[in-house]
Every structure is written in C-alpha cells, then in structure tokens.
Design a protein around this ligand. Structure first.
Ligand SMILES: Cc1cc2nc3c(=O)[nH]c(=O)nc-3n(C[C@H](O)[C@H](O)[C@H](O)COP(=O)(O)O)c2cc1C
Length: 81
C-alpha cells in the first residue's frame, strides 16, 4: 500500500495523467481493470477561476473513484492558489 499524506492507495496500478485521454469514462474502465489511483486530464487553473463550465466538468469524478488526483496547470501563482 502507498500513502500520499493521509491518502491511501490500495493497489499497485496507477493511471498516469494523459491530456485528451483520461476523461471520466476512460478512468472508469481503468478502475474496472484494476487501477487503484487515477488522475484527471490537465485542467487550466485560469479557466477554473473564470468558472468555465466545460473546464469544471473535467473535474467530475465517478461515485467510487477514490483516490483521484486533479492535475491543474498555470503560470500565475495567485491563479494557481
Ligand atoms: C497522450 C499522452 C498524454 C499525456 N498527457 C500528460 C499530461 O497531461 N500531464 C502529465 O503530467 N503527463 C502526461 N503524459 C505523460 C504520462 O502521464 C506519463 O508520464 C508518460 O506516458 C510516461 O509513462 P510510462 O513510462 O508509463 O509510459 C501524457 C502521455 C501521453 C502518452
């Protein structure tokens, strides 16, 4: 078992983040195939700050999808924060 802070990952398989690939449907299939840890697609921090609905939908996770990491990107510290 791997632990990241308080988060326990109970399995040996992790799904790497892949922009344009690791959407919720793909991650669900990977969970069914044994992934113990998944990661969203890359999400723009700036688009989140501007409340972009499509961007927000990239952060939707499945009911039992835990742990799932969100990968955000940006270049402005205050926006990232
Ligand atoms: C199509 C594709 C998209 C990727 N997108 C991301 C990404 O958005 N963020 C990221 O950190 N890595 C991204 N990667 C890198 C992968 O997460 C991973 O680190 C890389 O494929 C090496 O893993 P491997 O040695 O198991 O192949 C991407 C890789 C591929 C093939």
């Amino acid at each position: 078992m791997v632990k990241i802070g308080q988060i326990e990952i109970n399995g040996l398989l992790a799904l790497a983040p892949m922009a344009g690939v690791t959407d919720i449907a793909f991650r669900q299939i990977c969970r069914e195939m044994g992934a113990a840890y998944t990661c969203t697609e890359m999400v723009s921090a700036k688009a989140l700050v501007y409340n972009d609905a499509k961007t927000k939908s990239l952060l939707l996770t499945g009911e039992n999808e835990h742990p799932c990491a969100a990968q955000i990107f940006g270049s402005e510290p205050e926006i990232m924060g």
